[in-house]
Design a protein around this ligand. Sequence first.
Ligand code: GLN
Length: 456
Amino acid sequence: HLTRLRLTEPHLRSFLHLPDDQTLLTQAHDLDRRIANGEEVGPLAGVLVAVKDNICTSDMPSTGGSRILENYRPPFDATAVKRVKELGGIVVGKTNLDEFGMGSTTEASAFQVTANPWDVSRVPGGSSGGSAAAVSARQCVVSLGSDTGGSVRQPASFCGVVGLKPTYGRVSRFGLMAYASSLDAIGCFGSSVADTGILLHAIAGHDRFDATSSKQEVPNFLSHFDSTSSLESKPLKGLRVGLIRETIEDGVDAGVVSTIRAAASHFEELGCSVNEVSLPSFSLGLPAYYILALSESSSNLSRYDGIRYGNQVYADELDSLYGDSRAKGLGSEVKMRILMGTYALSAGYYDAYYKRAQQVRTIIRNSFKEALDQYDILISPAAPSAAYKIGEKKNDPLAMYAGDIMTVNVNLAGLPALVLPCGFIENGTAGLPVGLQMIGAAFDEERPQSFINTCK
Ligand code: GLN
């Protein structure tokens, strides 16, 4: 992995921080020694895990992709990172992202643009683009990302890897830099479902440092793994799959729709029943998400004031100190979102925007609940297109936001969803990967996982 990492990184720029090889090898040798001594090492022993740079690590910088936190080193590890380390995982480095998770391409990073390993002229998706590209190019084994509105699932789709957003509360958010606290989740990338399942198992579970983390028992996500099943044995017989109609209609790339339909037929061959299901509130997700996410972010990001964290621009007056530190430290996308969020929360507009968006959120949550009473999983594309060119949507934020249509509803409803590569769209000599999104009921991560583990 290290050889591959050094070879590919100049072309991909997945990482914002990489320790030198010796630091990593020392950790690996230490594990070897412990194994030789008969000591217990965890299930992640020696596994290289990349970590998105909005997840705190005490031994590496954690910038959130922002100048305001350039060179910031947190005094603690995020709970997810702590658990990875306790189980023997080696943190290989910190991956690039859109500043504070705000974006869908990784172009809104204050430091660099990451390239898609399938075609380096294209974006890897975002905001966890660095974590997705790193797994896709085998620069590491698995990686951690965060998903507020699709930031694990859309880059997994663009980079052709497995991406899992757990149920809200399944994984502690302690040490994840808050974007929109009611939507944020730490998620996992891997090159197989089994790998993401192992990583999720490592990081899931209650944490006293996050009051919203759940006390639900963490199952062994791989207990149904069956490597002997075959197409002929119809291993998925009886499972009810709902294909969300609104996600395969106008506005979705024709190549994406045909790939998803082919995946649906494959499920039928494996024994599932597949039916189209309508979620009439589906298109309301995007406006509701952007009101709520930006409102919450305008509040959460007030902590970057030049005093509590990170870089300061000194001024004699306190107001100028705040203002100048934020003016210099925060990027334009972040500033725009803070302004929009502040506007939506202001006294005169609160009812018209924020309150209404909360009501829409309830409608969306209920419609998913109804659909998931009828179906074991719901499927859809993970994004309306495959990866697009770097720069293509940079100056058209609304076009970029529209690309989140497939994923944001899942965060509003707090549900788990797994993205699995399911085919390619022709693109000259090479293909561009397309990801299938599978949405489960709350705390039912095990089902989509076991479900797919049986699909060869
Ligand atoms: N692209 C979405 C946004 O910009 C989702 C980001 C995320 O999940 N962090 O808000």
